[in-house]
Design a protein around this ligand. Structure first.
Ligand code: SF4
Ligand code: SF4
Length: 286
């Protein structure tokens, strides 16, 4: 089963939830992989402290034109949906930062003078944290193509295991890529107007993708949770867990520790959440 832990708003506690779910699942003896695909700011490693066994540089293919072979027909420009290629009288100007590496221009070029060259986008790391298999991706600074790196991390998840995926926040292409292959989604939120606003968007994304989503309310006693609760009830979204603010959790997170090791009630709360995630769902999915 692949469980994706996402959120609309950043900073709601997504990594807190995902690292604990993976850690406690491994403590139960389950074959579990934690995959951090929040590739612009991966931080699950700070809490799980994995031993990194392998690192891979990931590349994508970008179009390239050996100078002087182009007829300037513009077919590549007409094909490109991202305005990443501009025809000149006998050449083309390629804007790599706009290119989505679809490879289409290379295939439609009538004289077949475009070629593809590898371009590094980031690093995938694999390792272990105790019984847990650890994966994360780290996109290069200034690199706009995070999606292929996310797809590569997900591709390395072993089939047949329990995977806990730490998704990027928001509802961007990166989050959409992280949801690919999900069986279930947990949306972590907080009872604030921003939290509710972004949760609505995230829920809409999950529904568009046909994915069942439940909600975790972090710091449920801070702010006014009535609008959030009313929304979830009206939309019939199950609340899988809700817990209060505890300064001890904040201290553990600031120290880069698994809070469940020092705060017993929090460990119990995540154990219950894990039970809920592993149980058959109301819609009959197992
Ligand atoms: S590879 Fe695709 S996105 Fe990139 S320039 Fe060619 S057509 Fe455009
Ligand atoms: S399709 Fe090929 S020949 Fe035509 S403008 Fe593009 S690169 Fe040049």
């Amino acid at each position: 089963m692949r469980l994706v832990v996402a959120s609309g708003k950043g900073g709601t506690g997504k990594t807190l939830v995902s690292t604990h779910l993976a850690w406690l699942a491994a403590e139960r003896g389950l074959d579990v992989t934690y995959a951090d695909v929040d590739v612009e700011t991966p931080n699950g490693h700070l809490f799980l402290a994995p031993v990194v066994e392998r690192e891979h540089r990931h590349t994508v293919l970008l179009p390239s034109l050996p100078f002087g072979h182009c007829t300037g027909c513009g077919v590549c420009h007409d094909f490109c949906q991202y305005n990443a290629i501009l025809p000149l009288p006998d050449s083309v100007l390629i804007f790599p930062e706009l290119c989505h590496n679809c490879g289409g221009c290379v295939r439609v070029c009538p004289p077949a003078v475009l070629s593809e060259v590898p371009h590094e986008v980031g690093t995938v790391r694999e390792g272990r944290a105790g019984n847990l298999r650890f994966l994360d991706g780290r996109v290069d600074v200034g690199e706009p193509r995070a999606t292929p790196l996310i797809q590569e991390v997900l591709r390395r998840i072993d089939a047949g295991t329990l995977a806990v995926v730490d998704a990027p926040p928001g509802t961007s292409c990166n989050t959409t890529a992280a949801l690919s292959g999900a069986d279930r989604v947990l949306l972590v939120t907080e009872p604030t107007p921003f939290g509710l606003h972004d949760l609505r968007l995230a829920l809409q994304l999950c529904r568009t993708a046909g994915l069942p989503a439940g909600v975790v309310i972090n710091r449920a006693d801070l702010g006014d949770d009535r609008p959030l609760r009313a929304f979830l009830e009206a939309e019939r979204v199950p609340v899988r867990a809700a817990w209060r603010y505890d300064p001890e959790l904040a201290v553990a997170v600031a120290r880069g520790e698994l809070a469940g090791r020092r705060v017993p009630w929090f460990r119990d709360a995540v154990e219950h959440l894990l039970d809920a995630c592993l149980a058959p769902q109301e819609d009959g999915r197992s």
